[in-house]
Design a protein around this ligand. Sequence first.
Ligand code: DAH
Length: 368
Amino acid sequence: MPYTVPKLEDFSPASLDQAVRDLLSAVRQEATAVSGENDSREFRDRWMARKNGILTQVNDLWLKAAPGPSKREVGARVNQLKTEVEQTVDAAQQRIAGSASSARLAVDRVDITLPGIRRPLGAEHPIIKTMREVVNVFRALGYSVAEGPEIEPDYYNFEALNFPPNHPARDTQDTLFVSGQEKKQQRDRLLLRTHTSPVQVRAMLAQKPPIRVVAPGKVHRADTADATHSPIFHQVEGLAVDTNITFSDLKGTLDHAMKSLFGSDVKTRFYPSFFPFTEPSADVQITCFKCGGKGCRLCKSSGWIELLGCGMVDPNVFKFVESNGYDARKISGFAFGMGVERITMLKYGIDDIQLFYQGDVRFLEQFA
Ligand code: DAH
């Protein structure tokens, strides 16, 4: 039978004692039976709720009902009783809260003997890797590194590189133009740079001769994506200008660079070519590093692989930067430009340029 507050027959100390003892033994017994958080809330409400909790009933049935002369005595006992009931209820609540939190701790316990979660390390993208390798070969020769914007006015991408307006040489670089530029003069119209060569002009405007710079960066062409073409790709440009720079310097420098990049066994050859901003111009070919020059699939049986364009800076280019000390009668220079994707594909035997842009970790992690 759950405890209920009795009406007191009389208010003598003896019957008060009895009533108090019964109540305390009831609250203590109920307290030991409390288990779980719901129980503990119910227990507290049963005893201490303002509205009709047992202590409130004690107030009504014992204290309020007490006749005048006993009020003082009853009041004192009821107060003490309240304190004891409160303590018992608090203790029960703390016991429950304590075991709930240790239950939660037990669930959350970390097993430090389990193997950790391995987080895969990031790695350099193969294009960036090659770009840095190329740049480092030239840095070791004393070249500094320059960069330019990917959106250029026509002037830097073409005109100052000796592509006259409407000259057919422009058609060799399928250009992506920024729209809404028709009102501007042609030289001011913006386009996505088709090569890193405009950085040559910017570097010469920023620094008087002598100058030795390489310029790595992203370029754009209106090409449809396939296994060997991408509308976005990367180049490394180079420029050296000083007094008495000759074609021998160009050959020696690029021969050294190709041996550094592809192995000391490769040989280079300079094949006549044309670029508006160099005269004479050449394509650099290296002996096939796969077959050693005998002829194979990689070099299309020729024994040679074409890698980059180069030449002696055309005096017409110097005219555009003459105001910064580039007087074609006193100085000369050479320039070169190479495609980073092409070099990376040859180096690692990759047959599809699109693999570089797909972000497939199975491909990329091979270069980590
Ligand atoms: N800009 C040329 C291209 O994208 C590559 C090039 C050729 C750069 C000859 C040069 C150079 O600096 O001298 O096809």
